[in-house]
Design a protein around this ligand. Structure first.
Ligand code: SF4
Ligand code: SF3
Length: 548
């Protein structure tokens, strides 16, 4: 075994990737990511003590968020980035230790290996990494819960990082994250305590999504119902993917008047729903589908592509020279657009000049898709929705948020959407929607049967909508609503969305296409007994179950 990773839905044999990732992550990079998490735990051990003494370190917050984010599936494959990050982390840890020792020498005596391990040379990183990864926790239930929490933290880190880019932060969230990372080194923590910590992580997940929602909507307005063009125009374009709206804004500004168009891909589609971006007439629409289609769609796009976060697939040679990364995304040999300095902007001129030399995108489809049903827009339609429920025109809602990915069995979600009765409405968010958002599923009295709230983080909107409906219908419990949850997961952002829903008290969530490999049988039992979590079966069986 040269690595071990089981954090995503496509993990090998649904047990773990041990030689190379199915995602394309090489073993040495996987190991460096494990070591980076370990270093973050060491930082957290000191930082938690400093926080207790009222000392907050913005540097530690930023380091922790960007590190965790970079280890998300399909974010960063660049070993040099991880080596540099580990070196930076060791120095940061030791400076926090010094600071703590100067105030409280006893508190700085921390015996855990993560608090003191050091190596000068990157050659020593691999050897250490092999001893600190997932399998270093022997008890499989403790390991399972530790990883569940760690993946939840990774999801929160990504969301908070995007919020930070818009000038929004929340010290309570980052303090919880440090505290939790430190707790993950504590062998005295029982399974029960880890279960409680898992739910607390879900609560902070809600806070993280709330923060990002506030950052996005305060900066760019509330998403509104929008028909998004999926065809192309006849001038060169830049394709922007990932989740970062600040990058979207700066790219639109810098491309204005240059003769270069801008298109969204995958999780950037919801940028089309924001009022602030609609004013740019060179913002053409969306090109293609979910992230995993990029090996074909980046080819036919013909112009440069900017990845502002996950999901990046290791690029094919045919278009690698047109790929650019920024934020936590990275790939060796692919140019990385550096962070903005405080008060400054990123410089996308290299990509814009590149675009000018490219041919316009090849048309792969035409038409429009409709979206923009985040909480503000849906609540503006609340009367209509409530009326449709009261009259029986809408019998049931299905939350089908989450991720899309390559597995053939995901055709289940297309079939499921098609098989749902005409009096049901799908609420979606995340890239899971690409399995059914181009189907002619019609509408109910003008309400489309697929309501897309936005990115995976906009699952927050779906929770706000559910809570509002609970209030309108004067229900005691969110589970009395005619809402069923059939969630598709792939990476760690979906993990935090799931934990957030559990924290909000949602029961009977179905999770597919497979249950996470990182859940041990006992942890699955806890989730089944306390929350009614289940997997998926055939479309026919599940539809029958959900409608009964
Ligand atoms: Fe395997 Fe997923 Fe980990 Fe990649 S992220 S190495 S596919 S488990
Ligand atoms: Fe998609 Fe990666 Fe999860 Fe944001 S872009 S939902 S998979």
């Amino acid at each position: 075994m040269s690595m071990f990773c089981y954090q995503c839905q496509e993990t090998a044999r649904n047990t773990g990737c041990t030689k190379v990732g199915i995602c394309g992550k090489p073993a040495d990079v996987a190991n460096l990511q494990d070591l980076l998490i370990f270093i973050n735990k060491g930082i957290a051990l000191y930082n938690t003590q400093l926080l207790k003494r009222g000392i907050q370190s913005p540097e530690a917050d930023h380091y922790m968020l960007s590190s965790l984010f970079s280890t998300i599936t399909n974010a960063n494959f660049d070993r040099d980035v991880f080596v540099a990050k580990i070196q930076e982390g060791l120095a940061l840890r030791d400076s926090l230790k010094k600071q703590l020792a100067s105030m409280a020498p006893e508190a700085a005596e921390i015996s855990h290996d993560a608090a003191s391990w050091f190596a000068d040379t990157p050659e020593d990183f691999q050897e250490k990494a092999l001893t600190v990864g997932v399998l270093s926790t022997e008890n499989e239930d403790v390991r399972s819960l530790r990883e569940l929490i760690t993946y939840g933290l990774k999801g929160i880190a990504a969301y908070v990082h995007h919020a930070n880019n818009l000038g929004y932060d929340n010290v309570e969230i980052t303090s919880f994250m440090h505290d939790t990372l430190a707790k993950l080194t504590d062998d005295a923590l029982s399974v029960e305590e880890l279960v409680a910590l898992t739910l607390e992580t879900g609560k902070v997940g809600v806070d993280g999504m709330t923060l990002l929602d506030k950052a996005n909507t305060s900066t760019y307005g509330n998403p509104e119902i929008t028909s998004v063009n999926i065809g192309v125009r006849h001038q060169p374009g830049i394709l922007i993917s990932g989740h970062d709206l600040k990058d979207m804004e700066e790219l639109l500004k810098q491309t204005a008047g240059t003769g270069v168009d801008v298109y969204t891909h995958s999780e950037m589609l919801p940028a089309n729903y924001y009022p602030a971006f609609k004013k740019y007439d060179h913002f053409v629409g969306n090109y293609g589908g979910a992230w995993w289609m990029q090996d074909k769609e980046f080819d036919s796009f013909n112009g440069p592509v900017l990845l502002t976060s996950n999901c990046l697939v290791p690029p094919k040679e045919s278009y690698k020279h047109r790929v650019y990364t920024t934020n936590a995304a990275g790939f060796s040999g692919v140019p990385h657009i550096e962070d903005r300095t405080q008060g400054g902007t990123k410089d996308f001129s290299m990509i814009i000049e590149h675009a000018k030399t490219c041919t316009p995108p090849t048309e792969i489809e035409t038409g429009e898709i409709v979206g923009g049903f985040a909480h503000h827009q849906v609540l503006a339609l609340a009367d209509k929705v409530v009326e449709a429920v009261k009259s029986g025109a809408i019998k049931q809602f299905f939350v089908m948020a989450g991720c899309d990915a390559r597995m053939k069995s995901r055709s289940y979600y297309t079939d499921f959407a098609q098989a749902l009765p005409q009096d049901t409405v799908i609420l979606t968010a995340g890239c899971a929607k690409y399995r059914y958002n181009k189907l002619p599923l019609g509408d109910i009295g003008g309400i489309p049967r697929v309501l897309d709230a936005g990115q995976c983080n906009d699952s927050y909107s779906l929770a706000v909508i559910a809570l509002k409906l609970k209030e309108v219908f004067e229900l005691e419990d969110i589970n009395e609503l005619p809402i069923s949850y059939n969630i598709a997961w792939y990476e760690q952002k979906a993990v935090i969305v799931l934990l957030a829903l559990l924290y909000l008290g949602v029961k009977n969530i179905h999770l597919g296409p497979t249950l996470p490999a990182f859940l041990s049988p006992n942890v699955v039992n806890v989730l089944v007994e306390n929350f009614g979590i289940a997997g998926i079966k055939s479309v026919e069986e599940d539809i029958q179950l959900f409608l009964s």
